[in-house]
Each structure stands twice: as C-alpha cells, then as structure tokens.
Write a protein that binds this ligand. Structure first.
Ligand SMILES: Cc1ncc(COP(=O)(O)O)c(C=O)c1O
Length: 396
C-alpha cells in the first residue's frame, strides 16, 4: 500500500528530531544543554492550573461547542480587541487545539493548486509544509538580518502577483526573534489592501517583546481586519504548550470554514482546558510579565556571550525567545556546526537551514533555559569554536 502522493510533500519540524538525538546522547551519560525546543521553561501559572483542575472536578469533561465555549470566545475577543486596538466579537473567534491548527485549517480552507503564498524564509517550517502539501506554490521572501529580520519591501512588492492568495506574516518571529517595525507593517498593508489576498498574521509571540511598544498587528490598519486571520494562543504567553489550545480571529465566513474542518477533525477543543483559558485571559498577568522580564535578562546575557565567540554574530532579537546567530564567519556550514555543537559540545540547537534556505549560515538557539545553563552553553560553544579555529590550518 502506498501513502497518498501529498505525503511526499509534507514536511516536519526538526526541533523534535534534534530533541530525540539529544536525549539519545543523554541516555549514554552525556550532558546536553537543551536550546532546541521552542517552549517556555516556566510552569503554567498556578491560578490557570487551578482553574483547569477545578474544571475537571466540576465535570467539564465532555464535548463542547465546535467553535469553542462562548465565554472563552468572549474573553478572547475582548483580549484581542484590547491588545490590537480593533473591535472584534466572539463570532470572529475560533478556538482550536493550539496555534498550529489555525495554519492548517486556514490553508486547507483557502488554498488550491496554483495559488501562491508569500511567506517568510527563514520561517516556521509548518507554513511551507502546508503550502506544498496542498499543492499551492510557496513564494519565499528572505528576511534581512540588517533590517532586524524584516522583509525587503521592494522584493515583497515584486513577488505579489495575480496568483497571490495569501501572505503569511509572523511577528515576533520564529526563528529569528525579529519584530516587523510598525512602518513596515503599514507599508505591507498598503500593498495588499486592495488585493484579493488573505493575510495570515501569526502573532503567537505577541506578548513576548522587549521594546516599549507592542509589536504592530496588521489587523489594526484600515481595511485590513476583513482580510486578516490573527493566529494567537496560550502556548507561549502562558507557558501552556501541552494544554493544546489556541485561536484564530477572522471574518465570519472563514470562521464557518474552520468550524467545518474542526467538526471533521477534532469535534471541539478539550472542555476543561478552555475553562483554564478563561482564567488565563481574565486573571492576573504578573506571571507573564515576570517571564518576559526573565527572557530579556537571558537574551541580553546570552547574545552578549555569543557575540564574543570567534565567528559568531548575533543580532539582538526584539521578541520571542530565540537568538539567531550568523555563523558564516566560522567557515563551517550551519548544519555541520549544529551537529558538532551537539556531538562535541553537548549543546542542542537548530540549523537555521531547517527553517528554509535563507536560514543557511545561522543557528537558532532557544533561550528558554536557565541563565546558568545558557552561560554554560556559551562556554561549551566557545570551546568547540576555538578548537575548530585552532585546527583550521591543518585543514587548509
Ligand atoms: C511561529 C509559530 N507559530 C505557531 C506555533 C504553534 O503553536 P502551538 O504550540 O500553540 O500550536 C509556533 C510554535 O512553535 C510558532 O513558533
């Protein structure tokens, strides 16, 4: 029996592969600093866990409405209206099991073979995977290190064409930690406003940023709300990756389509987790603030450490919890270097190339690990880099 042809086009996320390899080394007694996985190393805040436990005790253990409980959709609509300075209601919200299903469902609902999707490269690998799986055409836009990993706007203008059906934006961004400046968001909105294009605005890291101003959302610009799908969720903001809950905010005709896909796949998102979601959005936010302050402390120390290693250059990321270091000056290709760091240094990180071809020459480090472990990692990386440099003569 053969798998369907589309399975030849579906991709994966290499973070999970590297985790398996790192765990195999640990099983042999090696010490590994884990900087590969993109999830906060903080516990889910206690009041959210309590709400989840109480929901189980209170019997929230059955099917719920496909679109999500109205109280949670109300809370999401309030939260998104407040944080993006827009006005949306519960009818615009679809609750789904994680942020990822919003990518999956919106692409299934909208894309046909021949449609083009413009997406950031390097970028979250699921975008390209889903575009290809559906037979649509991925149109990569390189992110520019010197522009804080934003787009080259002229290139974007050139790539927009009659077949462009969707534009994917992700800010703050995985894997670079880049934040698209408000001026760029305004320029992008001006380019797509009068086109028949849907914007998938992946804002899953919307609360994890280090400038005074929150990252701009394209949905808040005139004429954009009716053509934007905001993807956000609980995984990163509230350290709830394992609860599997996220949401999309979109025009009602798209909510209908997502509902149909949910009925065909999940029926609904788990009921008790949704009760915890209400507690997350309406309860105290101090844990989020504390987590972001700690990420900032680590970002500053870790990037400084990386920038002192021969051959490494790391732009200071404006958001998320990733450092995306340019390692071209080491003279090694980034896949080899990532392997060497794991095998010889015991540091698990990701080859930038696993986020698309424009990520070659970079390594992604997740700084969702303690400051102590991060500083240990810097030392380990330094030793590998210095040893590599010292043997350069014998290789040439
Ligand atoms: C850019 C981006 N979008 C979406 C997701 C998916 O989030 P979730 O775990 O809620 O499905 C991730 C997770 O790593 C991400 O980095």
């Amino acid at each position: 029996m053969r798998l369907a042809e589309r399975m030849e086009r579906i991709g994966i996320e290499s973070a999970f592969d590297v985790l398996v390899r790192a765990r195999a080394l640990e099983a042999k007694g090696r010490s590994v600093v884990h900087l590969e996985i993109g999830e906060p190393d903080f516990p889910t805040p206690a009041h959210i866990v309590d709400a989840g436990k109480k929901a189980l005790d209170d019997g929230w253990t059955h099917y719920g409405p496909t679109q999500g409980y109205p109280e949670l959709r109300e809370a999401v609509a309030d939260y998104v209206s407040r944080t993006r300075r827009i006005r949306v209601g519960p009818q615009h919200v679809a609750i789904v099991p994680g942020g990822k299903p919003i990518i999956f469902f919106s692409m299934i609902a909208l894309l046909e073979p021949g449609d083009e999707v413009i997406y950031p490269n390097p970028g979250f690998p699921i975008y390209e995977s889903m575009i290809r799986t559906l037979g649509a055409t991925p149109v990569a836009i390189p992110l520019i290190e010197s522009r804080g990993f934003s787009f080259d706007l002229n290139l974007l203008r050139d790539r927009l064409g009659p077949r462009t059906k969707m534009l994917v934006l992700n800010s703050p961004q995985n894997p670079t930690g880049g934040v698209i400046p408000a001026d760029d968001i305004a320029a992008i909105a001006a380019m797509v406003r009068n086109r028949d294009v849907v914007v998938l605005a992946d804002e899953i890291y919307s609360r994890i940023y280090y400038d005074a101003e929150a990252p701009a959302s394209i949905a808040s610009l005139p004429g954009m709300l009716e053509k934007t799908i905001i993807l956000d969720g609980f995984s990163k903001t509230y350290a709830m990756t394992g609860w599997r809950m996220g949401y999309g905010v979109m025009p009602e005709w798209l909510v209908d389509a997502v509902n149909k896909l949910m009925v065909n796949s999940n029926s609904c998102t788990a009921s008790f987790t949704q009760r915890a979601g209400i507690a997350a959005l309406t309860g105290p936010q101090d844990d989020v603030d504390r987590m972001v302050a700690e990420f900032r402390r680590r970002r500053d120390a870790f990037c400084k450490g990386l920038n002192e290693i021969p051959g490494f250059r790391c732009a200071i990321p404006g958001g998320a919890f990733y450092a995306f270091a340019n390692v071209t000056e080491t003279g090694m290709n980034s896949k080899e270097l990532a392997d060497l760091l794991l095998q010889e240094g015991g540091v698990a990180c990701l080859n930038g190339g696993s986020f698309g071809k424009y990520g070659e020459g970079y390594l992604r480090f997740s700084y969702a690990n303690s400051l102590e472990n991060l500083m240990d990692a810097v030392e380990r990386i330094r030793k590998v880099a210095v040893r590599w440099e010292a043997t350069a003569g014998s290789r040439s």
